[in-house]
Write a protein that binds this ligand. Structure first.
Ligand code: T46
Length: 136
C-alpha cells in the first residue's frame, strides 16, 4: 500500500502530572489546514461503518477513547490498522476504500478533514471504486 495514502503519525503528548494533553497542529501531526472536524461515537455493538472512498479528501483520524480497527484497500492490497491510543493518528488520503470495524463501546473517533462535507466526494459503491483504481 502506498505510503502516501496511509500513514500512522505520532500525536505529540504535552501532558504533565495533572493529566494528559495531546496536540494536533498544522505543520506537526496535521499536514493540511483543517476545514472540518467531526467525531464518531456511540457506535452500536457489532456495527461497522465507512464502506466508501473519497475522491479528494484528506483526513487525520485519532481515536481519543477506546479502540477501532480500520480496513483500508487501495484496489490491490488490504491493510488493517488498529487505533487504540490518542497518541497515534491515521492519515488517510483520497482513493482508499475504508471500513471501520470492532468499535469498542467507549470509542470516540475524532476526524480532522481538509474540506467541508460534500457527498459528491464519496464513492459508496465498492465496484465503482475498484473500477476507478484500474483507470490508466
Ligand atoms: C469517513 C469515516 C472515517 C454529514 O452531514 N456531515 C459530515 O461531515 C459527515 C462526516 C457526515 N454527514 C452525514 C452523511 C450521512 O448522512 O452523516 C451521515 C453519516 O455519514 P457516513 O455514513 O458517511 O458516516 P461513516 O461513519 O460511515 O463515515 C464517516 C465519514 O463520512 C467518512 O468521510 O472517512 O467516517
Amino acid at each position: 500500500m502506498s505510503d502516501k495514502l496511509i500513514q500512522l503519525v505520532d500525536i505529540p503528548q504535552r501532558g504533565d502530572a495533572r493529566g494528559g494533553l495531546a496536540v494536533a497542529e498544522l505543520g506537526g501531526a496535521l499536514p493540511f489546514p483543517v476545514r472540518r472536524v467531526y467525531w464518531l461515537f456511540g457506535t452500536l455493538p457489532g456495527v461497522s461503518r465507512g464502506f466508501h472512498a473519497h475522491k479528494q479528501l484528506h483526513q487525520l483520524c485519532v481515536c481519543v477513547a477506546g479502540s477501532v480497527r480500520f480496513t483500508l484497500f487501495d484496489g490491490r492490497r488490504e491493510e488493517n490498522v488498529v487505533l487504540n491510543s490518542s497518541a497515534k493518528g491515521l492519515l488517510i488520503g483520497p482513493g482508499l476504500w475504508r471500513e471501520m470495524h470492532d468499535f469498542s463501546s467507549d470509542c470516540i473517533l475524532m476526524v480532522f478533514a481538509d474540506a467541508e462535507y460534500d457527498e459528491a466526494d464519496y464513492i459508496r459503491s465498492k465496484e465503482v471504486f475498484i473500477a476507478s483504481t484500474h483507470v490508466a
